[in-house]
Ligand binder design. Structure first.
Ligand SMILES: Cc1cc2nc3c(=O)[nH]c(=O)nc-3n(C[C@H](O)[C@H](O)[C@H](O)COP(=O)(O)OP(=O)(O)OC[C@H]3O[C@@H](n4cnc5c(N)ncnc54)[C@H](O)[C@@H]3O)c2cc1C
Length: 585
């Protein structure tokens, strides 16, 4: 694109890195970054990067990559702590860095190649009439996005839970650390990690009810914007004294917030283009906001350097980035709902929590986790079977999980698979190199127990009469409806009615999935709904799934998302046969 001047509103990671890349590759362009704050006035503590993000930065700008690595702190483990136990797994190539350190580094790198930096003044796009391109890198609260909301088709949603971002010094953490505390007001959960030898970042979450009970809502309303909520910090120091010792939590304009997820159907209009948090956000629990901001900068720089018109370059930027961003946002939404519903799985032991955590978005497979740390995953299976077991090969662990008897009241089943024995489990469903043929297990319904299914409440009584000895499952086909949405709530209530109406359990069927997001997405949603039913309603729950997704299903059983699994293709379900047509059970 033929350009003379590019103005960037916002000197966060997106704006500064873009400024540097543009000037690095096109020294003749005039590039100016406008930042409303003076240096060192920024918010936040540490941010983390994965190995893959660092690789992308290394390719785009080896010098900045080197500088980042020289300052960053390695994050080598991820662990869940409870007062009695800790479980952890190793991480490879992750780093953390203080947000202020990162911004200082990016500022120096931008200045070094001749980017003009204007600080201390809030800028509106209308003031930048001379610019060939205006880049809105003005963060989650982007005024530019708000002014163009109609043409960009903007949607901003707020999370249900509340979080507070703070820091502490001299706390010994082995890496990313998760811990929860139940106070008289309710549950608080910490995500923390060190970002230097001395300092650690702390994100503390709670739910609406706890936040209200603790009086934080009322106290927060009285706080002027930009002031730190010291009352909450003192409360949390006390609550997490086991983890923090005598250390105090430090704030930096720290207040309780709800995470805002930003979606825009378009990221550009005329000569204005959005990048970073201004264009999209993804829940902090996937640690990807800074990564996405810097990767947007790489893509936009690449598109502007190409031999195209401005609008084609913007289209190219969107075409490159949108699929990646939307995939991450979908993962982040799963992660967000996992954390927002944390209280329903707080009873799990740390090793099970780790399995649940790593498999919450479908991005890490059970077998992958087991190969990374067989001791921890074996501990999770041991916690699930409630007896010690020696570390095993992944395929043996899977077999052990499916073969574990299920007891509830007077009911006793000899395993976790409905209908199918092991013959339906193709060895290829278990990731190489641990693939061993899974053979030889018997039919898993003890004492030749059988089950029947009903599709409506009205069918329950007649089916009971017709098949008095059989287990009775109410069938729900949720498609890919997310468990924690209003539609998910409606399905959850239908499950409740089935169980109250006399069903022994719920079968979450894969029928009618084939929708947006595909089979896998639908299965993950079934497992989320199953978990709610298991924990909150207490019925027996079975989830249907394809053998190709065996990893999700086995993780689902270990992490108490479901009790039973029905592998597809299985024999056709026995439907209600009240009209006298005899069907075999
Ligand atoms: C609690 C929490 C934890 C996080 N943890 C991580 C993590 O571990 N890893 C990670 O990758 N990301 C993390 N993030 C996300 C990350 O902080 C953001 O995604 C990232 O900062 C986005 O960069 P940005 O440049 O788009 O926006 P910002 O960093 O928000 O920068 C925008 C800049 O624009 C300036 N500005 C705004 N309006 C104007 C104006 N009108 N004129 C001039 N200047 C203006 C602002 O002052 C600001 O400096 C976290 C976010 C939160 C909330």
């Amino acid at each position: 694109v033929r350009l003379r001047r590019i103005d960037i509103i916002g000197g966060g990671p997106a704006g500064l890195f873009l400024g540097r890349l543009l000037k690095l590759h096109q020294p003749s362009w005039k590039v100016c970054v406008h930042e409303r704050q003076s240096p060192h006035e920024t918010f936040g503590f540490g941010v983390s990067f994965t190995r893959r993000t660092l690789r992308n930065i290394a390719v785009a700008d080896p010098e900045t990559h080197e500088a980042l690595l020289a300052t960053a702190y390695p994050i080598e483990r991820s662990e869940f702590r409870t007062p009695s136990d800790t479980a952890s797994v190793p991480l490879v190539g992750n780093i953390a860095i203080g947000r202020t350190v990162l911004l200082r580094l990016l500022l120096e790198q931008a200045l070094a190649v001749g980017v003009q930096i204007e600080t201390g003044k809030r800028i509106h796009m209308s003031e930048l009439g001379d610019a060939d391109v205006v880049v809105a890198a003005d963060g989650v609260g982007s005024e530019t996005r708000q002014d163009l909301a109609d043409v960009l088709d903007v949607e901003v949603t707020s999370g249900k839970g509340l979080y507070l971002w703070c820091g502490a010094s001299d706390v010994v953490l082995n890496g990313i650390t998760f811990a929860s505390v139940e106070t008289e007001h309710g549950l608080f959960v910490i995500h923390a990690y060190p970002y230097s030898r001395e300092y650690s970042t702390f994100l503390i979450e709670t739910n609406e009810a706890t936040w209200q009970h603790a009086g934080f809502a009322a106290a927060g309303a009285a706080l002027p914007p930009g002031e730190t909520d010291t009352v909450s910090l003192r409360y949390l120091e006390h609550a997490f004294c086991d983890l923090l010792g005598d250390t105090s939590l430090r704030g930096n304009r720290t207040q309780w917030l709800r995470f805002r997820t930003v979606h825009c159907q378009r990221w550009h209009y005329k000569n204005v283009v959005l990048i970073g948090d201004a264009a999209h956000t993804a829940h902090y629990s996937v640690g990807s906001g800074t990564k996405m901001a810097m990767e947007d900068a790489i893509a936009l720089c690449g598109a502007l350097r190409s031999d195209r018109s401005l609008s084609q370059a913007f289209e190219e930027y969107e075409r490159t980035r949108r699929p990646v961003v939307e995939y991450l946002q979908a993962c982040a939404l799963r992660s967000q709902t996992w954390w927002e519903s944390y209280d329903i799985r707080n009873h799990l032991l740390p090793a099970q929590l780790l399995v649940s955590y790593f498999t919450r978005m479908g991005t890490v497979r059970f077998s992958q986790l087991a190969e990374t740390d067989s001791v921890t995953v074996t501990a999770a299976v041991a916690a699930f079977v409630k007896r010690p077991i020696t570390p095993k090969h992944t395929s043996e662990l899977v077999r052990q999980v499916f073969a574990e008897p299920f007891h509830k009241g007077t009911l006793s089943l000899s395993g976790r698979l409905l209908d199918s024995g092991w013959d339906n489990v193709p060895p290829a469903a278990i990731a190489a190199p641990c693939c061993e043929p899974l053979q030889g297990a018997s039919s898993l319904l003890a004492s030749r127990m059988s089950y029947v299914t009903v599709l409506s409440l009205a069918d329950i009584a007649p089916t009971r009469r017709q098949y008095p000895g059989a287990l009775l499952f109410g069938v729900i086909a949720p498609g890919s409806t997310a468990a924690w949405t209003p539609e998910g709530e409606r399905l959850f209530n239908t499950c409740r009615h089935f169980l109250k109406g006399g069903c022994d359990g719920i079968l979450l069927s894969s029928e009618s999935s084939g929708d947006v997001g595909g089979e896998r997405n639908a299965l993950l949603s079934r497992l989320d709904l199953a978990e709610r039913v298991c924990v909150e309603l207490g019925g027996i729950v079975a989830v249907e799934g394809e053998p190709a997704y065996l990893d999700d299903l086995v993780a689902g059983i270990v992490a108490h998302r479901t009790h039973l699994v029905r592998l597809l293709p299985s024999p056709p379900l026995v439907r209600l046969a009240v009209d006298g047509d005899d069907e075999d059970l």
